[in-house]
Design a protein around this ligand. Structure first.
Ligand SMILES: [Mg+2]
Length: 272
């Protein structure tokens, strides 16, 4: 690997177009990253199965972070340095940070029951419904339903009702975040905790590593807080998420994979 730089990236609305899920406009920067042997870590609210599909398509062999920091999947033998993991499965060394999926659904359903609010959980949606809300094709929608650490849901209500649900999730000892149209309930995991652990492992061997992260949404904030160079892309509406404020924030002038491409090319030429 290149021992100087480590890049983390969100997928939806960042490396992938928020509507078409295409990464085509990012191909020049993806190619350059590959040529320079810079590790590119996908860090997404997507599931392991979905991320694996994009890794395969893009030709990425690096570790990845699923479901908003719920799980870190490290290909067996990727690191020569020692590190702690929770289990091995299907060729990965896995670090589990999230709460079990069954427990999360239980909590969400009890909030729904007690409040009487119109909440729709991902687990209650058919593959067709998921496809309709997300724009994912049927195959990807199926993969997105194989969840382990994070339950997306929709609230059909006003801001006050949304705030009530968020507060109730936190009061019960869980985390809430929002990425795109979906709210998420999860355990005490977030993207930042997972990113920090991976940076720690990489730094055992490459102490001077510069860490970079690209994202577009509120759920990327914890990841931005733990890297050296946080890069915020505009959201699909062409605006920066106003909830993300950091003194070292780099505001990239672009949306989705096109913005990603420009930002990564600019960064790499800057560091040259
Ligand atoms: Mg995103």
């Amino acid at each position: 690997m290149n021992n100087n730089i480590l890049v983390f990236t969100d997928l939806d609305g960042t490396l992938l177009d928020s509507e078409t899920y295409s990464y085509k406009s990012a191909l020049p920067a993806l190619k350059l990253i590959k040529n320079k042997k810079i590790p590119l870590i996908f860090c997404s609210s997507k599931t392991k199965s979905e991320i694996e599909m994009y890794r395969k398509r893009i030709g990425n062999d690096d570790p990845f972070i699923s479901e908003n920091g719920g799980g870190i999947f490290i290909p067996g033998g990727y690191f020569s340095q020692k590190f702690k993991y929770d289990k091995t499965a299907k060729g990965y060394e896995i670090i589990e940070l999230g709460t079990s999926y069954i427990k999360l659904i239980e909590v969400l359903k009890s909030i729904k029951r007690e409040s009487g609010l119109n909440i729709k959980c991902f687990s209650e949606m058919t593959t067709e419904e998921v496809s309709g809300y997300t724009g994912l094709d049927e195959r990807l929608a199926k993969l997105s339903k194989r969840r382990h650490f994070d339950e997306p849901f929709l609230i059909f209500g006003n801001d006050k009702e949304s705030i009530y649900v968020t507060t109730e999730i936190i009061r019960r000892g869980y985390n809430h975040t929002q990425g795109g149209i979906f709210h998420h309930i999860m355990g005490k995991n977030d993207k930042g905790k997972a990113v920090k652990i991976l940076i720690g492992i990489f730094k055992k061997k490459h102490p001077k590593l510069l860490s970079v992260a690209l994202g577009d949404s509120f759920n990327d904030l914890p990841m931005f807080e733990v890297v050296d160079r946080p890069i915020l892309l505009k959201n699909p509406d062409g605006e920066y998420d106003s909830r993300i404020k950091l003194s070292n924030m780099i505001f990239a002038d672009g949306v989705g994979p096109k913005g990603w491409n420009q930002a990564v090319l600019a960064l790499l030429s800057d560091l040259n």
